[in-house]
Design a protein around this ligand. Structure first.
Ligand SMILES: *Cc1c(COP(=O)(O)O)cnc(C)c1O
Length: 394
């Protein structure tokens, strides 16, 4: 009998031949500044654990207590019987932290974006979206069946032109941007976008996945960083990156949140977080407020590491945040650099087309608050040595 899935095998073989087949690296320790992958201790520059909260004692303790008190699962989706006190406490905590009326927690940032965009728009509506917005936003746009208008990266004038052209067209308009872009580490031009949205009566939505815990007072994100409180109607954040656990959330008006409770499909049709996840996230917001020195250290490390990379002669692009790409051009070179770095004790992921443009392949680094200066020095020394060996540096 022939295998009806044989085309998958053929595709995989083709990836192998092209050198784009990706083997998963296995993490054998906690995700931390130094971790063990595939049996090797390396300096970890590939995680989104910006503040070291994945292993914070207060988060661990909160998770363990929740397991002891409430078990390991919530038993149902939120709308049936899976809304626990901890879920409500977390949503209130987030709303208070972000200075908004209300918030709703999703299973992931991906679910928050995709579920929200799909829920609040119809096929008659219009989405105006930065070309480098995250995949979960793109999926949400597609699921909504609204008309999608993509503008060049960070081009406020182009976004405004689209809004102006749509002025006489019926349907609602949603202008949407990442707060921090995940591949280049640059910050979205939110003040300009917000003004454009206001001038044309569009809904403004910002995805702060890489800025929650990183930018703004105590890590309140880009809206706080730019002083745009009250002017961004839909704020998305993640609990999976700097917060160190898992989940996503949407912040906004009480009406927005009530609407999502009734219409967001991941909320309605997928089981809520285990109590340990909600409890650990709750503890994380206490840590953000009580230990601002973590965010200071994150930025000190960011400046130190960026300076080291550029001094060595690497092209670090247009980054303004702890996400620092080392742009090398060809995907093959990026993967070679990543492999060689790993052999010499540094984990940083190679990223090529289609995740980034052709000719802009890179190794992406993310420092954390918990890297010591000695670790960063070692990583810089390895980068320089390998860069010379591969002819990326002269
Ligand atoms: C990581 C990321 C997400 C998804 O968040 P998860 O909680 O990991 O699902 C959404 N948007 C952006 C911009 C991201 O970088």
């Amino acid at each position: 009998m022939s295998n009806p899935l044989s085309y998958l095998h053929d595709q995989i073989e083709q990836w192998r031949a092209e050198g784009t087949y990706q083997r998963l690296r296995i993490l054998e320790s906690a995700s931390a500044a130094e971790s063990r992958f595939d049996g090797k201790e390396v300096i970890n520059l590939a995680s989104n654990n910006y503040l070291g909260l994945t292993t914070h004692p207060k988060l661990r303790e909160a998770a363990i207590d929740a397991v002891k008190k409430y078990g390991v699962g919530s038993g149902a989706v939120r709308t049936i019987s899976g809304t626990m006190t901890l879920h409500m406490q977390l949503e209130e905590r987030i709303a208070q932290f972000k200075n908004v009326e209300a918030s709703v927690v999703f299973q992931s940032g991906f679910a928050a974006n995709a579920g929200t965009v799909a829920a609040i728009l119809t096929p008659e509506d219009h989405i105006i979206s930065d070309e480098l917005n995250h995949a979960s936003i793109i999926d949400g746009c597609r699921l909504s069946k609204a008309k999608i208008h993509v503008f060049p990266h960070k081009d406020v004038a182009a976004a405004e032109k689209i809004l102006a052209d749509l002025e006489t067209v019926s349907g609602r308009k949603l202008l949407i941007s990442d707060g921090v872009f995940s591949m280049d580490g640059d910050i979205g031009p939110l003040p300009g976008l917000v003004e454009a949205a206001e001038r044309h009566g569009a809904i403004m939505m910002v995805d702060d996945a890489h800025s929650s815990g990183v930018l703004g007072r105590n890590g309140r994100g880009t809206i706080d960083h730019f002083g745009l409180h009250g002017r961004v109607q839909v704020q998305v954040g993640t609990l999976s990156k700097a917060v160190g656990v898992l989940g996503g959330y949407v912040c906004g008006s009480r009406d927005l949140i009530e609407f999502l409770y009734h219409r967001a499909r991941p909320f309605l049709f997928s089981t809520s977080h285990p109590p340990a996840v909600a409890a650990a996230c709750l503890a994380a917001f206490d840590v953000l407020e009580q230990e601002p020195e973590r965010i200071e250290r994150l930025w000190d490390n960011t400046r130190y590491f960026k300076k080291g990379l550029t001094a060595a002669g690497f092209n670090t692009g247009i980054s303004e945040t702890p996400i620092t790409p080392v742009i090398v051009g060809e995907a093959k070179t990026a993967h070679e650099l990543s492999r060689e770095l790993f052999d010499q004790g540094v984990l940083a992921t190679g990223i090529g087309f289609p995740t980034v443009a052709k000719g802009k392949a890179r190794v992406r680094t993310i420092v954390s608050a918990t890297h010591t200066q000695a670790e960063l020095d070692r990583a810089l020394e390895v980068f320089e040595r390998v860069g010379k060996k591969l002819g990326i540096l002269r």
